[in-house]
Design a protein. Structure first.
Length: 457
């Protein structure tokens, strides 16, 4: 089973598959050299980025991420304020501290290659790392794939079932139908099913502490984003909008004439605040990806600040329920924009948020499953076409609309009894098939869609 805490990971922006994943893979490579006692033999490290990692590598910060990873840094612990300083020091000195332990020469021009010609055969997000001795002989060569949401695996085991020593969970499920059947048989809500599975490895107190930590980082990210002025990095000169939106909405709250759609503006603000923080490389929660990191926090903030039912316990219920749906997408399709387009990122996040909100507003398991299905059904076919390879346009606004759709999906599902035509399993399978049919230029390459048509607008 995929854990709640694998889907919700604390890290840095701007991309889970292009920043968080490559950093983790590079750090694992460096750690392996240490554990095998090979680090003292290493005279040079070469890093190659292929496919989507090469095409949008600089815009997504992949070049910086792999340098940080080889230096022994991890996305969940690095201070975002240190990122540029560390990378610039490597560039200035021409030396990198391998695993943070041993300085070796490093030349950005020759040791960090963005290969935009070679097509990776296994996964579009592929990187290769090679360590050489002082005679130029390869000591270690590894190929890793960043498969979405910060998950990384060695290339040779992508899609291969492997033996696992994971804790056996009491309620394993691999489909929405199985999840609903477990609920029917046990009388448990989806959140309690997931909670019981997490309880196979963690105490109830540890689960609550971890969930509360995730919620705290999400809410702090919104708060921080509503205050930060300026221009987002990358060259598009995108001005941060969240602070001005916050000021206008706060001022309007004192007015006697308030538009009926005001609540949508608040939800949009919450999502935009998170994704502007993500675009700036700040601390965010991968939920389930960085490109879609604003949808679940925005929907959760809507529940916290605008729904009288909100309690800390129900906010945990929200995340546990959302995690069940996210696990289904991860196991049966993909949450990688490079693999299935933005439907796998914004669509999955909307589906997860809709399920979480339906749960905390009193929905049955069937209504929750219906909300999740609605959330994805109306994102089918969405391409991933970031302008300039940056997680800014159209990504930031897509998160705002994804959050609004999640609220609408939950509300619509709660008006029914859970009976509907298309099951969540069917819509997940459709998303996967649609992603397979989608041309590669529309899957996080910046070679199609808005990314190439901006000049004509």
């Amino acid at each position: 089973m995929i854990s709640t805490f694998e889907l919700f990971k604390i890290g840095i922006g701007p991309s889970s598959s292009h920043t968080v994943g490559p950093m983790k893979a590079a750090a694992a490579f460096a750690a392996g050299l240490v554990s095998r006692e090979e680090i003292e033999r290493v005279a040079r490290v070469k890093i190659e980025l292929f496919g989507s990692l090469a095409w949008t590598g600089r815009g997504h910060g992949t070049d910086k991420a792999v340098v940080l990873g080889v230096s022994g840094k991890l996305p969940e612990t690095i201070d975002p304020e240190d990122v540029d300083r560390i990378v610039e020091e490597v560039r200035r000195t021409g030396r990198i501290r391998l695993a943070g332990l041993r300085a070796i020469p490093f030349d950005f021009a020759n040791d960090l290659i963005l290969d935009m010609e070679t097509q990776p055969s296994v996964h579009p997000n592929t990187l290769a790392l090679t360590a050489f001795d002082d005679g130029g002989t390869a000591i270690c060569h590894e190929r890793w794939c960043s498969v979405g949401g910060g998950f990384v695996v060695r290339e040779e085991v992508v899609g291969v079932a492997t033996a696992s020593d994971d804790v056996v969970v009491p309620h394993p499920f691999r489909s929405g139908k199985q999840l609903l059947d477990i609920g029917e048989q046990t009388g448990l809500s989806i959140a309690r099913i997931v909670g019981a599975n997490e309880g196979a490895a963690l105490s109830a107190e540890e689960i609550d502490q971890r969930l509360d930590r995730i919620i705290l980082v999400m809410m702090e990210c919104i708060d921080r984003g509503m205050q930060q002025e300026g221009i987002l990095p990358g060259g598009l000169n995108v001005k941060r909008r969240a602070p001005s939106l916050y000021r206008r909405l706060t001022a309007a709250a004192q007015s006697n004439s308030r538009p009926q759609h005001e609540i949508m503006d608040w939800v949009s603000l919450y999502a935009i605040a998170v994704n502007e923080e993500n675009a700036s490389g700040s601390r965010v929660v991968t939920a389930p990806t960085n490109g879609a990191a604003g949808i679940i926090p925005a929907t959760l903030r809507y529940f916290r600040d605008h729904c009288p039912e909100a309690t800390p316990e129900l906010m945990r219920t929200f995340l546990l329920t959302a995690a069940a749906v996210g696990a289904l997408f991860k196991m049966n399709a993909s949450i990688s924009g490079a693999e299935v387009g933005c439907q796998g990122e914004v669509g999955s996040a909307c589906s997860m948020a809709a399920a979480g909100l339906a749960a905390v507003l009193g929905g049955t398991n069937a209504q929750i499953e219906n909300a999740a299905e609605i959330g994805m059904e109306h994102h089918l076919g969405m391409t991933c076409d970031p302008i300039g390879g940056l997680v800014q346009v159209p990504c930031i606004e897509r998160n705002a609309f994804g959050a609004i759709k999640a609220i609408s999906a939950a509300s619509l599902a709660l008006q029914g009894d859970g009976t509907h035509i298309v099951s969540l399993d069917k819509v997940i399978a459709t998303m996967r098939a649609t992603g397979q049919d989608m041309q590669s230029k529309y899957k996080e390459t910046s070679q199609g869609g808005l990314a190439v048509n901006l000049a004509e607008c």
